[in-house]
Structure formats: C-alpha cells, structure tokens
Design a protein. Sequence first.
Length: 253
Amino acid sequence: MAVALICVASISACGSDRSPTNSADVAPASEFPHTTVWSADPGVDLFGRGAELIRATAEATAYTHTGGPEFTYPGYIDAIRDISRDRSSISSWSVNQTPDYDNRFTWFRNIVDFSESSDSVSAIVCDYLVHEKPSKFDSSVVLDGSVRIVLENTAELAGSSGIVDTDVGGHDPRAQRPPSWNVFGNWKIVEEKSIPGNAISQGCVDWWKQEFPTFTVDTQGSRALISPPGYVMPTMPMAVQYPEWIGPSLGVA
C-alpha cells in the first residue's frame, strides 16, 4: 500500500476536533508499533457496517504486510483469497516483515467517495503518518497515500456492525487489536489498490489541505500535496486506536 511520509495538524474524527498532541490521546501499551485514527466525509457513519468493512480491510492489510498472515484479522485471508491471485487488483499484502518497535507512529486515515448498498461497499481511503520520533528523511513531505477499496457481499444480509467506540481519546479495556471475531463475515474484498498521484480524489486533496493548510499541490502532474521549503515534521506520542475494536454486535446479524 502506498503510504505518505508526514507531519501533523489538528484532526477531526467524526466531526469532533482532535488534537494529536493531547496527552490524553497517548496509547496504552500495544503489541503493535502503530495505531490508526479514522475520520470520514460528512454523512458517512464511521460505525456503520459499510465503513466498518472499509476500516477492517485497510487495517488488516497493514497488519498482514508487517507481521504476516498469522497475525492479521480473523477472516481477512479468506476475504481476500481470490483477489490475491489477481495482482492487478491489489497492492502487495502478504509481505512478512519484522515489526519495527522503535518506529512507532499513528496512522491517520480518512474515508471519502463512500458508496454502500446491501451487496457492495466502496470507498477511497486517504492517509498520512505521524511518528513518535523525528523522521530520518530530509526531503520534502509529500501527501499522496490513497487506496480504493471495494467489497462485495456473498450472502443476503450485510451483517451487524460491532460495538460502537464512544470515547475518541480514551482506551476501552474491552478493546482488541486485532479483533477476535471475523469482522468480514460473508463479505469478499474485490479491489484494494493504491491510486496514482495524477488520479488522487479531490476528497483526499480537500482533507489534506484542511489538515496541512501550508502544503501546496505538486506542479508536476500529480495531485499530491507537498510541504513548503524548510518544513519540519512534528512528532507526537502514538495515539489511542480510534475506533477501537471493542467486540462483535450483540444484535442479530
């Protein structure tokens, strides 16, 4: 998956202002060296079944890429099994790397261009990272990370979404990383592919501009944003995962 090198500004999650430097946002001890903080376009229910599937796909892919299939989310390998044979439809997902626990960061992701029906869900996920320690890179910061994700349902019902995380900045003791239940259910991932710079969604550009108002659009045919000269990347403690995977729905699927 394409990932942007980064910096930080205030974050809006589900319509609430969220400052990444708030000490209350410091994550509890974690077995994985990153967390994900999600937000979405206005009108998108971050806790609805469709957005939950988009979030699970993006997070499980990152877990698989870093730790290997044995450490990923339950149901992910089966959900992506068929697409993994079509290399044109998916970014690399099964590269087993050793997690770098000295390189802790928060992965900020935003859902745009969201579409949902009873049998399909699609969205574009824009992202950037904020590290705990200063970056080793001296080059300009480029925001260009975006991925198109599409899932299709193989059953009549969409399934119920999990328990809602009602605390943006706090850790719920019931939370699990990764979730212990199969979030995907009968859904299959049919597309998960990085978007090239010249095709980046306007929704991603608008979100990045909101978070990094001093950045400008790349002038060499790309819609990515680039930092101004001399920009220094801020750092922050790894934030609490949001939404956390608290548990499966208690309702009927």
